[in-house]
Design a binder for this molecule. Sequence first.
Ligand code: NAP
Length: 279
Amino acid sequence: MAARLIDGKAVAARVRERVRAEVAEMDTPPGLATILVGEDPASAVYVRMKREDSAEVGIESFHHEPGGNVSQADLAALIASLNVDERVHGILLQLPLPGHLDQDPLIAAIDPAKDVDGLTPLSAGLLAQGRPGAFAPCTPSGVIELLREAGAELEGARAVVIGRSILVGKPLAALLLAANATVTHCHSRTRDLGAVCREAEILIAAAGRPGLVTGEMVREGAIVIDVGTNKVDGKLVGDVDFESVSERAGAITPVPGGVGPMTRAMLLVNTLVAARGRV
Ligand code: NAP
């Protein structure tokens, strides 16, 4: 294998350690409220891990499970109460919500100063406009952190992002642009994806399509970040065909053990920043 492995677990451990040290210096701990609605087993696992991560670094967690049949009004009232709770600095509404709930107004009801998931329209708008004061969503911020750790020079770099969701692709492109990369954004209608990808010094796949990026689509020496998490035959795989791509890339993230741990770590960073009132 030619490519250097970018170890997301190790980088995430360093990030957590930095947060833990900073929290230890604070008079009152940062507080993270988590809201879990419904019975989705994957969501339950994610929320449990986020609470365990919080406990490990000294962030206090305030967990709410209002029940799968909670009404739109009652959930909005819960968010409103957390918005004014001084012990709570970050609010995480675990998505997706059950079908009877209208997700967008509930996300928008979160106080932008506590929007540690970076999903409110205000956070997204500020980020898109390149203005300060917004939390960026955790996965894209984690990708930027991994690129920096990998020694990537973002300024002037040709970066290609595959995927344009509001959770990953769009905020990631905005963050790369803010770092002065030259960004090309690909999606399901992009013609000749391979040719576009071969231009990339930094290639990020966030499409949710196993094996989408193969070796011949990658420029020699490129840094490749695989955001994809797909279950194939019970195994977790990314969007990047690791075997062929690692023959050509200069550095590459594994799945699992790449972007995933960083997403969790960046939530802690955002909660600390919210508690410091520094966003
Ligand atoms: P999403 O909302 O389904 O968006 C997928 C994007 O990929 C869309 O913009 C889609 O294009 C594009 N796309 C799909 N097929 C494509 C193709 N063949 N060629 C080019 N573009 C294609 O997914 P998401 O929420 O952004 O998540 C993307 C992946 O990242 C998923 O595997 C998800 O599980 C993973 N993820 C991982 C983490 C982590 O912490 N590791 C966090 C979040 C997400 P259109 O817009 O044209 O449909």
